[in-house]
Each structure stands twice: as C-alpha cells, then as structure tokens.
Design a protein around this ligand. Sequence first.
Ligand code: MRU
Length: 377
Amino acid sequence: MADQQVRTGEDRRPTEIPAIRWEEPPEGPVLVLLDQTRLPAEEVELVCTDASALVEAIRSLAVRGAPLLGIAGAYGVALAAARGFEVDDAARALEEARPTAVNLSVGVRRARAAHQAALASTGDPTAAAVATLAAARALHREDAEGSVRMAAHGLALLDELLPAGGHRVLTHCNTGSLVSGGEGTALAVALAAHRAGRLRRLWVDETRPLLQGARLTAYEAARSGMAYTLLTDNAAGSLFAAGEVDAVLVGADRIAADGSVANKVGSYPLAVLARYHHVPFIVVAPLTTLDPDTPDGASIEVEQRPGYEVTEIAAPQVPVTGAGGGIPVAPLGTQAYNPAFDVTPPELVTAIVTEAGVVSPVTAEALAALCTGSCQV
Ligand code: MRU
C-alpha cells in the first residue's frame, strides 16, 4: 500500500462519487478510485500515484468489473507515461493483474499503442504521455456512450420478450455505474426499465463470496430508487420455481468467439435454472468484452481467488483471527474452491446485448458479424 494514499475527508461528494477519475494536482497526476471494498459502509477515495498502486487496487477489487478494469488499465498506462515511469513494464504488470476480464488487456494495449505511436512520430515523451492520456479518456468516454446504447437495446429486448410489462429481473454481481464510464451494462438496462416505469422488481443475488450484489448492486439500486430485494445466491432456485423471475440480466468478463460467456461465479447455475424455467437469460456487455482471439469457453482463463475469501467473512474492523484477517466461518485449515468466474455455454444464453445491437440466437457467425472492425480495438 506504500504508494496509495487513502483520503476519507469531508471533501468527498455525497452522491455519485465517480468510480474513477484522473486528476492533476501540483504534485503530479493521479488516478482517483472509489474504493469499492469499503462500500456500502462508506465512500472512500483511493489515490494511485503509480501503476503498481493501481495493480494492487485491481487485485484487491478496490476497482473492478470488466469495463472499468479496461478504463483503469488505460489510465494506468497514462499514469506511468505522465510520471516518467517505464511504460512497457507498467503495461505488463497491469495486464497481468487479473486474467479473466479481457477489457483489462484491451484498455492497456490501446493506451500502450497510443504511447508507442506518439513516441515514434514525435520522439517526445511528453507528447507521448499526452497522447496516452487522450487514448484513456477516449476509452472512458466511449464506454459511457456504449452504456447508453446498451441500456436502450436491452430495454427494447426486454419489452419484446416480455410484452406483458412489469418486468421482474434477477441480476448477479454488480454491473452498474461502479463498473463503467457510464451507467454500466446489465444494471443500466434494469435502470432504464425502472425509469420507464416498467421494472416491477430487481432481484439482487448477494454474490458470494465477496458480496458484490449485496454491497454494490443493492447500494446502487437504493440510490436509484429501484424496487429491489436481496437474496442469497442459493435462494434463486426457489424464486424461479415460484414464478417470480421474468428475465435474468448479467454482465460478462469475456465472451469467447463461440459465444461462451465468462462472468461472476454463479452466473452459469442461473443460466441452467433460467433454461429449465423457460426464462430468458440475457448477457449485456460492450464490444470490448468480445474476444475473437479466445475460441471457446474452455480457453478462457478463470481467475482462482484465495481460499480465505470463502473460509472467512471480511470484517476489517474486528481483530485478525484467520489467514485473510476476517472472521472464520470454517475450521482453520479448511481448503476452499474459489473460482471468481464461471463459463456459460452459448446455448444457454438467450441474447447478448451490446452497444452495436443484439445477438440472438448466440452463434459464432452472428458475433463475428457484430465484431467486424470494432472488437478489441
Ligand atoms: O470480480 P469482479 O467483481 O470484478 O467481477 C465482476 C463481474 O463478474 C461482472 O459481472 C462483470 O465484470 C461484468 S461488469 C459489467
């Protein structure tokens, strides 16, 4: 944590603290993050002065969610360039910080390419740093614009699939403004339905083990005035059986060329439940999440997280008792299986909603057509 300064002062804005922003105080440029590990208890900013602080913030999930990881990665390269650090080293470390969300390497590579091109044409490191920051800002802006279009496409799809209206939507993990330059992906669709008066209920999976649903999605839903109800992940089955779910909306960390979707662990069981109960399972993701270079689901690297995230409940304010510093909920020494993501095969996905339109049914051909000239650039 050496290079991270934690700011908790009254200078924070009471609402809508942006998930990420670039600032240029006299001491030099910084990347300011909303520390998502501290939500919902408090909104605390984390100030990164170099790429290694950002790598640590990415690993600890202070900054998280596929689209935001891409934006953060791009700004991280810009930070290295602006502060005169070795850009290639910083880019490599950032890209390797987490393996599954392809957006991270897309953002890093885009910024690095801008740096290389500007350096080659001008030979001036300052001009190259300016060009790198411009590339990061462009990605940030494009993500915000894409989120508006995803919300519109997603709501139109919901209205088409569920003509009776009064949508009851189940979501998993967190896919709103905390993961995006704009209002997000799946949660942006739910928010659009809410604003249109067509969201009857947002069912929020708590999303074990790190509780992105309970801590973050419920936080965003409450702030937005949505009618939401929190459930434990394993209560979803009984909710489907009771006929209380009209659609599932989730995001994605990587979509392979064949349409396999890696997303927060627990998404695949929801897709199986949805199919059994004849409920649409809809994935909402920007084109930067489509990865034509990953052929299928088996080729997606799924991040394995430390076992203590399962064997302990995080509670930094209590005395350290277990390996991760939280409250043990299993005997000490218990082994845990803790993949951060799972992979849903394309045949269980009703539709993939992107800013460029909707793919349904999900086929390699339809995704390739959508990608032409725009994915991974
Ligand atoms: O481990 P996280 O919190 O980074 O996982 C995030 C998710 O799985 C999201 O569902 C995914 O990134 C899509 S966000 C639009």
